[in-house]
Design a protein around this ligand. Structure first.
Ligand SMILES: *[C@@H]1O[C@H](CO)[C@@H](O)[C@H](O)[C@H]1NC(C)=O
Ligand SMILES: *[C@@H]1O[C@H](CO)[C@@H](O)[C@H](O)[C@H]1NC(C)=O
Ligand SMILES: *[C@@H]1O[C@H](CO)[C@@H](O)[C@H](O)[C@H]1NC(C)=O
Ligand SMILES: *[C@@H]1O[C@H](CO)[C@@H](O)[C@H](O)[C@H]1NC(C)=O
Ligand SMILES: *[C@@H]1O[C@H](CO)[C@@H](O)[C@H](O)[C@H]1NC(C)=O
Ligand SMILES: *[C@@H]1O[C@H](CO)[C@@H](O)[C@H](O)[C@H]1NC(C)=O
Ligand SMILES: *[C@@H]1O[C@H](CO)[C@@H](O)[C@H](O)[C@H]1NC(C)=O
Ligand SMILES: *[C@@H]1O[C@H](CO)[C@@H](O)[C@H](O)[C@H]1NC(C)=O
Length: 325
């Protein structure tokens, strides 16, 4: 609900883009949907969950023009909608394409994807949001290696929300939300809707986990969206689980950094800023509905099981030791 204030425009664009650019993830070679793996399994929780597809988006070695490349455009869309200030949202919110960028490390060492937000000296919060072109994900384990800091690597200004989430509509959404007004060890895990029709909080929608490792340092933030439960992990630890309003609709992967001066994000001070820094995103998932394109994978058969956790190199699944060929 908080991720997309401008629903009609947003949905329309989302649907249009998804349809016009429907991308078959299996056309990617090597690690993404390797022919050597017929399905994928993940560690953690108490479910034995198998997934058909695997993608790994590594932002650690990007070229300066990556965000205008075909490879980027095939997989991600940078949003550019605006929402006006209102009584609940005292700040105008403007999603800028240029607020998604590439950060180069010290001495040219490695890159990362950045989502920036800042407030100007009036009542406008400039924000950033991206969504996956793949919008037919249904059940997934999605991992975001990320941190939230200030614009110069210092402490992030209060008044921003970093969202790592799945979304189909405002009632089919699983969130990881880092609020810069929260302590560094606090993260919110929510299945939407978290407000009822009268606008009152639904307590079982959201779990606030505290005393976690600081979100200002890199950690792996993970959502396992299963049929009857959502599990959230930080690195390898299960930190929240919920069976309330587990999403039922095919969804996309979203990342954003925003604020609107409202009670959820808080109001950023004039001139304040924050940055969501992402080194990589990895997802194993199933899809709902037909998948276009060549090389269709036989569904329902899980001959060679690969694992994505505990592998030698993150992003490179390995055949599970007990897997039969
Ligand atoms: C698939 O497995 C073969 C045999 O183990 C190996 O040589 C090849 O590199 C693997 N391919 C991929 C894409 O992992
Ligand atoms: C937003 O992005 C869409 C698709 O990339 C583009 O067609 C449109 O012109 C952009 N709108 C604004 C206001 O920049
Ligand atoms: C750059 O990376 C190399 C190899 O990982 C490391 O030894 C070096 O300390 C890094 N330099 C900086 C400035 O981070
Ligand atoms: C803040 O940004 C808005 C939107 O671009 C603009 O209309 C306004 O003039 C800016 N205010 C200041 C003080 O920069
Ligand atoms: C980084 O930004 C903070 C405020 O956001 C400021 O207090 C600090 O001086 C800045 N540091 C540098 C090195 O620019
Ligand atoms: C995990 O196991 C417990 C105990 O068996 C069970 O009550 C619970 O439903 C399981 N959770 C999921 C998501 O399957
Ligand atoms: C998902 O969206 C549908 C409307 O398309 C709605 O009926 C349903 O309540 C939403 N939430 C869940 C968890 O199914
Ligand atoms: C994913 O799809 C496969 C093949 O249909 C199925 O066996 C598996 O249970 C599905 N996993 C989840 C978590 O829905």
């Amino acid at each position: 609900m908080r991720s997309s204030t401008f629903l009609p425009l947003f949905s329309m664009l989302g649907a249009f883009r998804a349809l016009s650019l429907a991308d078959d993830p299996r056309t990617n070679p090597a690690k993404d949907n390797s022919p050597n793996c017929s399905c994928y399994t993940v560690d953690g929780g108490n479910d034995t969950a198998y997934f058909t597809f695997h993608r790994f988006w590594d932002f650690r070695n990007l070229s300066p023009d990556h965000l205008t490349s075909d490879a980027w455009n095939a997989d991600w869309w940078i949003q550019n909608w605006t929402s006006p200030a209102s009584s609940d949202s005292p700040l105008e919110r403007i999603n800028l394409v240029e607020n998604v960028g590439i950060l180069t490390g010290k001495n040219g060492n490695g890159t990362a994807l950045t989502l920036n937000t800042y407030r100007n000296n009036s009542h406008t919060q400039f924000t950033a949001e991206i969504q996956s072109m793949q919008q037919n994900i249904k059940h997934a384990s999605i991992r975001f290696h990320a941190r939230v800091v200030g614009s110069n690597g210092s402490e992030a200004s209060k008044g921003a929300c970093a969202g790592l989430f799945t979304w189909s509509n405002d009632d089919n959404e699983s969130d990881i939300e880092i609020l810069t007004q929260d302590p560094l060890g606090t993260i919110r895990y929510t299945n939407q809707p978290d407000l009822d029709k009268a606008g009152n909080a639904i307590p079982q929608a959201s779990i606030t986990s505290t005393a976690l490792p600081p979100w200002s340092l890199f950690h792996t933030h993970r959502i396992d969206w299963l049929a009857h439960a959502t599990h959230w992990f930080l690195d390898d630890a299960l930190v929240a689980a919920n069976t309330y309003s587990v999403p039922q609709r095919p969804s996309g992967i979203f990342m954003n950094l925003w604020g609107d001066g409202g009670s959820w994000t808080g109001e950023m001070a004039q001139g304040g800023s924050a940055v969501l820094v992402l080194e990589w995103v990895e997802a194993v998932f199933n899809t709902s509905g037909p998948v276009k394109g060549p090389g269709k994978r036989a569904e329902g058969k899980c001959g060679v099981v690969c694992r994505v956790d505990g592998v030698r190199e993150i992003g490179w699944p390995e055949v599970y030791p007990n897997s039969k060929n």
